[in-house]
Design a protein around this ligand. Structure first.
Ligand code: GUN
Length: 293
């Protein structure tokens, strides 16, 4: 395996944690202890893993955190009430509602309820609007983490053709915004393709930077990738396997066959994954500092 092609998340995340620790020290000297409250509704196994990682990282850094684990049967009204209480609680700086929510709850209503000043995900429509305007309040965690990785590994984006597969609110749409923006200094030419795109490989083969974020295991095959492209795999999918867990994690990219063609590629796990939490910690400090200005 050509190890130098691997774009690992850990060294980039550690670089961000270094900055976070410095900023945290300064905030603590001012008597501010940033606090992140994470709400998890139901028992989705992957969400439970992500949420416990978020809490552990807060503890490791010396930030305050709390996870509120509610039963799957929680009503929308109960959840909205809880968010209202947290909005009014001055000791909680950041509020994160882990997605997806159970199907009886309207995700949009819930995200609208979060005080946008406490929205560490950049999911509130006010913050999405500010992002699109090029004046972000905070940056969306996963896309911002990817931009940090591109910078760290000195991958030029200016004038390059970035093709994003997937149009989700969490990754695809904000990723397109960040990569095209002057404000993020990425300045790429961006194409977004999705499940209804005709002749999708014709677009992906033009990508200098290919971001796979549609949640379909090993969807991107070697013949969909240009020689020398940089491939960013945002997918985390469970694939049945004959081991003690009963599964292995695979990305949205068929890693083994794409690796020889790519100039750089993020592994799964260990690629983009660690960046989401690092940027969440960064955002929690940012909102805590703003609330105390
Ligand atoms: N579910 C998957 N990724 C995320 C994320 O970044 N934030 C939240 N709140 N939920 C998620």
């Amino acid at each position: 395996m050509q190890k130098d092609k691997l774009l690992k998340g850990k060294p980039v995340a550690d670089h961000i944690y270094g900055q976070v620790s410095e900023r945290l020290k300064i905030l603590k000297e001012k008597g501010i202890l940033p606090r992140l409250t994470v709400i998890l509704v139901g028992d989705d196994p992957a969400s439970k893993v992500y949420v416990s990682r978020k809490e552990k990282t807060c503890q490791k850094l010396g930030m305050d955190s709390e996870t509120l684990h509610l039963p799957a049967a929680t009503s929308q009204a109960e959840l909205l009430q809880l968010i209202e209480k947290l909005n009014a609680d001055r000791s909680t700086h950041g509020i994160l509602v882990q997605l997806p929510l159970p199907s009886h709850i309207d995700e949009h209503r819930v995200l609208l309820k979060i005080d946008p000043d406490k929205d560490v995900d950049c999911f509130h429509p006010r913050n999405v609007g500010l992002l699109v305007s090029g004046k972000p309040y905070v940056l969306p965690c996963t896309p911002a983490g990817i931009v940090e990785m591109l910078k760290y590994y000195q991958i030029q984006t200016e004038g390059k053709h970035a093709v994003i597969i997937g149009r989700s609110n969490i990754v695809g749409k904000p990723m397109a915004n960040l990569l095209m923006q002057k404000a993020s200094a990425a300045n790429a030419t961006v194409t977004v393709v999705h499940s209804r795109t005709k002749n999708l490989p014709e677009f992906t083969r033009q990508a200098d930077i290919l971001v796979a974020a549609m949640g379909r295991p090993e969807f991107v095959k070697a013949d969909m990738v240009k020689e020398g492209a940089v491939v960013i795999d945002v997918g985390i999918n469970r694939k049945d396997a004959d081991n003690e867990k009963g599964y292995v994690l695979v990305g949205d990219v068929a890693f083994d066959e794409v690796l020889p063609k790519a100039a750089g590629i993020t592994p799964v796990p260990g690629g983009v994954g660690p960046m989401t939490i690092a940027m969440l910690m960064h955002n929690t400090l940012t909102v805590a500092a703003r609330q105390n200005q």
